[in-house]
Design a protein around this ligand. Structure first.
Ligand code: ASP
Ligand code: ZN
Length: 656
């Protein structure tokens, strides 16, 4: 119904058939007569699946269904065009989830989640040895190019087209695309041509050839912004310039077409009207289209020095370099009418303090976050009208991998210690507020999977973890006890698993009996046992206990490297998603990694090659990590009879 209403695309089958399998490398596959699903992305009940699982199921079911038009009816001329169907279909599933979510704030939550994935996974890919354009020029093994660049950055490139021509203009473009190409195998160029031709006066059509550089140039562009306020003339001049670092095989980049949506805030946070010099119209928000290396826009009638709100809604997949003051960011955090940028202001502040602490000498401080920032976060947590899901995102610190990306030399242990210290500070400084949030947001009635209820469960889950972390230092046993109670009594997997996570991640004594009980309860539910493995492998490392635990779990009767979901739940959760535990000064994490890559390569090269990418960013590591990581990669590369999949990844890594 959604695809018919939004894009005029009805189902062309008499019945839509799917099969679910518990052994599958990918999430799903859109074969026209019979979709294949990994059980993880189609089986869900409230007693075994979390709210996040439900959301993933909705996305993937949507994704495969939408492929029927964007992938099957019109398919790719060759594998270099993979993003033609994947980027577009991710865009469609993201829009589907947003339209299902409904309210502006629930849409913003989805947007923030998608951008978080882009920035924590795709940006590092685009800066590392596996960087490739959205339309790659070469590959050895195409399975290695089912990447976040093809999927998520590809979706952002479609989203920019959507934003440049508007929602209706984009629907017209899709219509033209199907009129021209239904039943054909085509290229990324054909797609963007159709969107532009349906919107001949749009900025996309005006800059079409240049826009296509998003498909051919790899790397994440940086947009540098500088503002100048002239009080006498009441003008504000905004200068935007762009640059993009060299990536493998691409030393020099030509300027991109970058839509930058902006607004201006007064010092009290109210929206200032925007009027471009030489125009009559005033708006609250405006999209500037940056096409040159540097351009300046002048706004008139600006009655006070404004706080610029730049790249609203994350209007382009770029890094924004704007050196706003702490005070400006605090104003945005309290008032920005753009929900994305309001969240972003908090992230920028947290990132700023994290980087200062990482770069500082000596022991990691206990009070990294200034009082006014902690107070601002308290205001968000206690805010009377913001949604719980949104609050939860604002109160979540930037990921360790995202902090690492900002640094030229990465000490993963230092970053882990800094982020843990910041989290502990928030746990203790806001203890009463977390308790309030837990009490007031805990649901009483029947389980409901709607965005509001999901948000409340997410926030109470975070609150419980923070309260258990605070209990670590105070010696209090009340909150771990409450967490255990919630774990036992929960009427759904989300609350149950959040409570278990709070116990495990805070290192509570009750974690052990809870883990045992959880295993006993769900031993016949493979997808739940995956969570059980994953939780332990991604546990917060305190003195190196995670690797021995992972090794022990490999001996568990339920563990098997042969089942992709199970391998991911234990091995990937440790190697690819737990930097503080994986990067050890004794190099034991890297040795473990190289052994598992080789073991997996003998049975499943596709999955092995994914695991091989855990050390993509080795060349940025500080010593002793750097040398040890390189040695581990070289050990893998030296193995005779490696699959093409793994060979391509490790060869590119060593070439970095
Ligand atoms: N085309 C699939 C998808 O994106 C992935 C695969 O090839 O298995 O859904
Ligand atoms: Zn797909």
């Amino acid at each position: 119904a959604w695809d018919e209403a939004r894009f005029g695309l009805p189902l062309d089958l008499e019945r839509f058939m799917i099969v679910a399998t518990s052994d599958f490398n990918m999430g799903a596959m859109e074969n026209k007569g019979l979709n294949i699903f990994n059980t993880k992305y189609v089986l869900a009940s409230q007693s075994t699946a979390t709210d996040v699982d439900f959301a993933n199921v909705e996305s993937v079911v949507g994704h495969e269904y939408f492929h029927n038009w964007t992938g099957n009816r019109i398919t790719c001329r060759d594998w270099f065009q993979l993003s033609l169907k994947e980027g577009l279909t991710v865009f469609r599933d993201q829009e589907f989830s947003m339209d299902m979510a409904g309210t502006p704030s629930a849409r913003a939550v989805k947007r923030i989640e998608d951008v978080r994935v882009l920035r924590t996974v795709q940006f590092p890919e685009d800066a590392g040895p596996m960087a490739h354009p959205v339309r790659p020029d070469s590959y050895i093994e195409i399975n290695n190019f089912y990447t976040v660049t093809i999927y998520e950055k590809g979706s952002e490139v479609v989203r920019m087209q959507h934003n440049l021509v508007g929602r209706d203009g984009f629907a017209q473009g899709m219509k033209l695309y199907f009129e021209r190409h239904d039943g054909q195998a085509v290229t990324c160029d054909d797609f963007v041509q159709a969107i532009a031709d349906a919107n001949p006066s749009s900025a996309l059509a005006q800059h079409l050839e240049q826009f296509k550089r998003w498909y051919s140039q790899s790397g994440t562009p940086v947009v540098h912004a500088r503002g100048q306020y002239d009080a006498a003339a009441q003008t504000y001049a905004l200068t935007l310039s762009q640059s993009c670092a060299a990536t493998p095989g691409q030393a020099d980049k030509l300027p991109f077409v970058i839509p930058v949506e902006i607004g201006l805030l007064g010092q009290d946070g109210s929206a200032l009207p925007l009027q471009l010099q030489g125009t009559d119209a005033t708006t609250a928000s405006q999209t500037l289209v940056l096409t040159e290396a540097t351009q300046t826009w002048v706004f008139t009638g600006v009655t006070q020095a404004p706080v610029p709100s730049l790249l609203r809604g994350f209007s382009a997949p770029v890094v924004l370099d704007y050196d706003g003051s702490d005070a400006e960011l605090l104003t945005q955090l309290a008032h920005d009418s753009d929900a994305f940028n309001r969240w972003e202001a908090g992230q920028r502040l947290a990132l700023r303090y994290a980087l200062q602490a990482v770069r500082a000498d000596g022991a990691v401080a206990a009070d990294i976050l200034p009082g006014d920032f902690v107070a601002a976060l308290r205001d968000v947590l206690r805010h009377p009208t913001l949604d719980a899901a949104y609050k939860d995102l604002v109160l979540t610190l930037p990921a360790e991998s995202y902090i690492a990306e900002q640094l030229d030399v990465v000490d993963p242990q230092r970053i882990h210690a800094v982020r843990e210290s910041m989290r502990q500070q928030l746990a203790e400084a806001l203890q009463a507020d977390w308790a309030w949030a837990f009490d007031t947001h805990s649901a009483t009635g029947a389980y409901q999977p709607d965005p509001i209820s999901c948000g409340r469960r997410a926030l109470t889950g975070s609150a419980l973890l923070m309260l258990c972390l605070a209990a670590r230092t105070s010696g209090d046993t009340v909150w771990p006890g409450k967490a255990y109670q919630r774990f036992k009594d929960a009427g759904n997997m989300t609350d149950r698993f959040n409570a278990l996570s709070a116990l495990v991640n805070s290192g509570a004594e009750l974690a052990k009996p809870a883990l045992e009980r959880f295993h006993a309860l769900f031993k016949s539910e493979p997808l739940v046992i995956d969570k059980w493995f994953s939780l332990q492998a991604s546990n917060c490392d305190r003195g190196g206990q995670v690797l021995p635990a992972v090794k022990q779990l490999m001996k568990h009767a339920d563990f098997s490297l042969k089942n992709p979901n199970r391998a991911r739940s234990l091995i990937f959760s440790y190697c690819s998603a737990n930097p503080g535990a994986f990067h050890r000064t004794d190099a034991a994490g890297y040795v473990f990694w190289s052994e598992r890559v080789l073991e997996l390569d003998a049975i499943n090269p596709q999955v092995a090659a994914r695991l091989a990418r855990a050390l993509d960013r080795w060349s940025k590591l500080a010593e002793p990590y750097r040398t040890a990581a390189r040695e581990a990669i070289a050990r893998v590369a030296a193995k005779p009879d490696l699959s093409n999949d793994v060979r391509e990844v490790v060869t590119r890594a060593l070439g970095d």
